[in-house]
Design a protein around this ligand. Sequence first.
Ligand code: GDP
Ligand code: MN
Ligand code: MN
Length: 243
Amino acid sequence: MDSVSCYLVRGLPSIREGDDLAAMIQDRFPLRDGDVVCIASTVVSKAEGRSRKLGDYTPSPRATEIAGRLDKDPRFVQAVLEESEDVLFDRPFLLVATKFGHIGVNAGIDQSNVGQGRILLLPENPKASADRIRWGLRTDCAVIVTDTCGRAFRCGVAGVAIAWSGIGALRDWRGKRDREGRELEITQEAIVDEIAGMANFLMGEGGDGTPVAVVRGLEYPKSGGGIFRPRDLDVIRDRLGEI
Ligand code: GDP
Ligand code: MN
Ligand code: MN
């Protein structure tokens, strides 16, 4: 692999519930076998009808208490709690594990690029969404559903993969040798996040209207690996209660 290309899919309209993203993408872009189609979770959610009115949420006492402390709308906090399986901490912001296993601030619920008084939940099962979109393509492509997230320890948001299909999450370097002949023992490279980061860079965060980027020229494993550490190996998560 000497070079890769990354293209935006131009001309996508405002996505509405029921839209067939696979059809809309391949109508506008000449996909080829092996392409990695990166799709912002925002539009996957819109197509799946995951927009909600804030006014439809009734805050529980717990949501009201957290919201008061964080200076947030209690209905928004209620929505976050309803999408969560576990609250990792609730100060100075709300970090949760979603029901489908993603860890993110506010359960990845967005208030940008949605209407006034509305919020957009992440897809209910992004892995199923990625599979469905991939199966809807006429070409043999991989699909990555991306979201823009903050990172522990590091400033600035970046694109990450929240689900993928037809590609392995990790490139395994274990057993390979470095330039000095030393065998690599640990290195697994989170390639779906690296690809999502590049795609997210092109998509932008604002009003560009470009939620899909196609990465071409990559060699990648077709399967394998998960992104979140198994619970028993996640020493940082275990210590969060001490914060
Ligand atoms: P997220 O990273 O998945 O939370 O999505 P963002 O809100 O950051 O949006 C990513 C890109 O998709 C930006 O270029 C937005 O302008 C674009 N976008 C968001 N919603 C739509 C839509 O309904 N239609 C189109 N064409 N672009 C959208
Ligand atoms: Mn988002
Ligand atoms: Mn984004």
